[in-house]
Design a protein around this ligand. Structure first.
Ligand code: SF4
Ligand code: SF4
Length: 384
């Protein structure tokens, strides 16, 4: 393995975390799916040989952790081959799955390939809501898959996206995670990107719901101690300072999408005026250190006011570029979650709407992710 280039004042460290989005195919139809709304316009997938090369190049560039994600990564029948190579190269490997496709024989094959860790997603603790939110009958299957994960000796992270429709059942979600033997539970409040942004009015909880859920989570943390570690991720919209998105643009995370586009975060393809490289045409090290797409928002030279003169700019790097684009129409603007942003009123208005006694989100139908809808929405966006 080549030694990673040493970091310098103008050069980031290596891409420690590789997210291999091996496919956008997925049998589920989550209304909060984080895949791009126009995912169906990017249907081509890297071949097995391409992915094996990407793994080798990323490891040589200093990556140490590899997450296999999608879509549903188990839709690829070469997943075991990719995991085995990542393991051989010395990656810590993680599979992010809905559980669909994880049969006993595939679990054994993944175990033999050296998979270190599995994150299993649930939509809720009840069959009705789980199956409604994913638009599939998958609740019973997920319970079986949780058993398989335990039987194979993997540590289990259970992930549940939290939003207005399930947040009031947070106690039952925690109970279910304990019953299934999860070591970690990620209660990931929905962030409003991609499909979740389309459904924001329906999905955003009120402040009262959020505070109650956090109180209940803290009580469980105290009661359960070391038995399970519970993470509760607050939605950005209820903060007054943005998150240090991806730990800084092009600092740690490298996402490779199914068609080989390399991105500093899995939603960055939406940003205008940026030409992101493809692993078919450029090697990972050149992409990371040399491409325009990865360098555009590194450092702080690109910042405008109020971020440029802000004493906190090293803490959050101005927040999320995608959120700045989606809410302020300018990817170089301050993230509107920040109450110093001139566009913060847009965030406040969404929160006020969610907290209003006259909340009307329930009257709007949810838009479920599916390829046909994705093509329609993608064509509409291209025409606009
Ligand atoms: S969020 Fe749901 S629909 Fe989207 S990739 Fe994950 S399981 Fe599939
Ligand atoms: S003004 Fe910009 S740098 Fe300052 S806290 Fe807000 S987002 Fe962060």
């Amino acid at each position: 393995m080549n030694a990673p280039l040493p970091p310098s004042a103008n050069q980031p460290g290596p891409p420690l975390w590789l997210l291999a989005e091996v496919t956008y195919r997925c049998p589920l139809h989550c209304a909060f799916c984080y895949n791009p709304v126009d995912f169906a316009r990017h249907e081509t997938e890297l071949s097995t040989a391409d992915w094996l090369r990407v793994l080798r190049e990323a490891r040589a560039a200093g990556s140490v952790q590899c997450g296999f994600s999608g879509g549903e990564p188990l839709m690829r029948d070469d997943l075991e081959t990719l995991v085995a190579e990542a393991h051989r190269l010395g990656f810590y490997t993680n599979l992010l799955t809905s559980g669909v496709g994880l049969t006993a024989s595939r679990a054994q094959a993944l175990q033999a390939a050296g998979l270190d860790h599995i994150q299993l997603s649930f939509q809720d603790s009840t069959r009705e809501l789980n199956d409604f939110l994913s638009h599939t009958r998958t609740f019973d299957l997920k319970q079986r898959v949780a058993g398989l994960i335990k039987d194979n000796g993997w540590p289990m992270v259970m992930n549940c996206v939290i939003h207005r429709l399930n947040i009031d059942y947070i106690d039952r979600i925690i109970e279910m995670a304990v019953e299934l033997g999860a070591e970690y539970l990620e209660l990931a409040n929905s962030q409003y990107y991609s499909w979740a942004l389309l459904n924001r009015d329906q999905l955003m909880p009120s402040r009262a719901q959020l505070e109650r859920a956090e109180r209940i989570t803290n009580a469980y943390r105290e009661r359960l101690g070391d038995r399970i570690r519970i993470f509760f991720v607050v939605p950005d919209y209820y903060e007054t300072r943005p998150k240090k998105c991806m730990n800084g643009w092009g600092q740690v995370f490298l996402t490779v999408t199914p068609d080989g586009t390399a991105l500093p975060c899995h939603t960055a393809r939406m940003l205008p005026g940026l030409d992101f490289p493809n692993v078919r045409e450029m090697d990972v090290r050149s992409i990371w250190y040399g491409s325009e797409g990865f360098n555009r928002y590194r450092g702080d030279a690109w910042m405008k006011d109020p971020c440029r003169a802000c004493p906190d700019k090293d803490k959050d790097h101005g927040g999320c570029r995608c959120q700045a684009w989606m809410l302020a129409g300018d990817p170089a603007a301050a993230d509107p979650v920040c109450d110093r942003s001139p566009e913060h009123d847009r965030v406040r208005a969404a929160v006020e709407q969610a907290c209003s006694p006259a909340w009307k989100g329930g009257a709007k139908p949810l838009v479920f992710r599916d390829p046909r809808r994705s093509r329609e929405l993608g064509a509409k966006a291209a025409d606009a």
